[in-house]
Design a protein. Structure first.
Length: 300
């Protein structure tokens, strides 16, 4: 089973100081984000003349603002993100498949992306409702994140248009997909295990059975553009933090393990790709089991 939620510090003074820092950081970041939303809206004028310049401008704004978020985590809160596994190349195009425990997972990925020159090129599969929310939602809309309804019939044609736009314009990206479809919780693991047993799959102890349709469509449609699939595993220490706990500075260290698979090595066809993804999650489940028992990912 995954780690329990992270507990707050025992001392009242630490909790009060964390809350003070959290409110100050949130006010600063949200106020600047609204300014960036206004700048992004103004950039629509550029789009009329040059869609490429419009995308570049919004890419740079994402890189700056997400960079502020990660630099604050690194230099103000001193959060150490320790990365092991494959040393992935700088600035290659990738589909990033990651286990999903809390919203803080996204901020962990900022550190990895910043180190590899892809912070401003991050794109996430996100819920459709988020595009109507000022701040992060509007920001993601301007950088062409795919907004999905989690209904394959409704999403299929929309995603085909998104993929065509990426291909036609050769848009650089790390496209992040939390293929479990939701955050891992003990009761969801029990449901996932029941589903696996009913469908002839290996039940997982620490993860959910991955939802493969979006993954397969992404690989098949972007095969000529993607260089690799990154299988990223995030391991917290002592407990899984909420985003608010991350902002309050309760987290000091996170471990991340990366496995890189060249896109040319992946099979073709939905059935074979779905089976490939299932095998990767069975391996990832073993990785997480090793992590929870030993406090670190295996050396190789």
């Amino acid at each position: 089973m995954p780690l329990p939620p992270l507990k707050a510090p025992a001392r009242l003074s630490q909790r009060l100081w964390g809350t003070t820092k959290g409110f100050a950081s949130s006010l600063l970041l949200f106020s600047t984000l609204i300014v960036f939303n206004l700048l992004q809206t103004s950039s629509l004028l550029i789009k009329l003349v040059s869609p490429k310049a419009f995308r570049r401008a919004n890419r740079e704004m994402a890189d700056i603002w997400w960079g502020w978020c990660d630099k604050m985590a690194e230099h103000v809160y001193h959060i150490d993100v320790n990365v092991s596994g494959d040393d992935v190349p700088y600035r290659e195009n990738a589909l990033v498949v990651c286990n999903h425990q809390e919203m803080a997972d996204i901020t962990v990925l900022f550190r990895l992306a910043r180190r590899k020159g892809r912070l401003g090129d991050l794109k996430f599969f996100v819920k459709d409702i988020l595009k109507y929310i000022p701040g992060v939602g509007w920001g993601m809309l301007f950088i062409d994140c795919p907004f999905i309804k989690r209904n394959w019939t409704a999403d299929r044609d929309y995603l085909a248009r998104v993929f065509k736009k990426i291909l036609d314009n050769r848009i650089p990206l790390w496209l992040v997909s939390f293929v479990e479809g939701t955050r891992v919780k003990p009761h969801k693991i029990e449901r996932s295990r029941a589903f696996a047993l009913a469908n002839g799959l290996k039940p997982l102890e620490h993860l959910l059975i991955p939802r493969s349709k979006g993954f397969c469509a992404t690989v098949e449609n972007l095969r000529g553009h993607l260089d690799a699939v990154y299988d990223v595993s995030i391991g917290y220490i002592e407990g899984v933090p909420t985003l608010w706990q991350w902002i309050k500075g309760y987290v000091k260290r996170v471990n991340v393990h990366v496995r890189r698979y060249a896109i040319a090595t992946l099979p073709s066809g939905e059935a074979d790709l779905s089976a490939w993804l299932q095998r990767r999650f069975e391996e990832k489940d073993g990785l997480m089991d090793h992590y929870y028992r030993n406090g670190e990912f295996p050396a190789a």
